[in-house]
Design a protein. Structure first.
Length: 189
């Protein structure tokens, strides 16, 4: 990548100071990191953000900009096991660990690794959750649930904790609908 391409991709003029370039790059990386921290994990969207981070990394190398923050390692992750409750609890804990760890850096290379991990982990979680709840009595979901509209974790975990003796699982049904639609797009994509 040449300097002019890097400047164009960053959306700045050729006479922008090095300090302003640093601020612009950090703002771009912050925006992506903020999305990873605050938004539900939709693998296709996260992969798009990872692509932007790879581009930002190329831009930073071309323009000689060192990213803010120190490199951070991926945290140890819990396995997707323990039935539906264990799977959901461990996945939530994994997301919290990843989000907490990534908060210490704006390095596009490190953030890209975290985003890729989160997207991959989400796919594995959805497959494990669908498998763990395949035989549960479900409530028909009248409409397709949008990918970004995950149910509240606390409510889902409560429904899973109180699963024994229940004959209806509205949140599990809703999440299964949402997850199945995302996985269908994963296969199609």
């Amino acid at each position: 990548m040449d300097r002019n391409t890097a400047l164009a991709l960053l959306g700045v003029e050729a006479d922008t100071t090095h300090e302003d370039l640093m601020e612009c790059l950090d703002a771009e990386a912050f925006s992506v990191r903020d999305h990873f921290i605050r938004q539900p994990v939709v693998p296709a969207l996260f992969r798009g953000r990872v692509n932007r981070l790879v581009q930002l990394s190329d831009i930073s190398h071309t323009l000689g900009i060192d990213p803010l923050g120190s490199p951070v390692a991926l945290p140890e992750l819990l396995p997707m096991e323990g039935g539906a409750l264990g799977c959901a609890s461990n996945h939530l804990e994994n997301l919290l660990r990843l989000r907490t760890s990534m908060a210490g850096t704006l390095d596009p290379d490190v953030l890209a690794r975290f985003g890729t991990t989160m997207a991959t982990l989400q796919v594995r979680y959805m497959e494990a959750f669908l498998d763990a709840t395949a035989d549960w009595p479900l409530v028909p979901v009248d409409e397709d649930v949008p990918a970004r509209e995950e149910c509240e974790w606390q409510d889902l975990l409560l429904e899973l904790r109180e699963a024994e003796g229940r004959d209806r699982f509205p949140l599990v049904s809703r999440e299964r609908n949402r997850m199945q639609r995302m996985l269908d797009r994963e296969v199609a994509g």
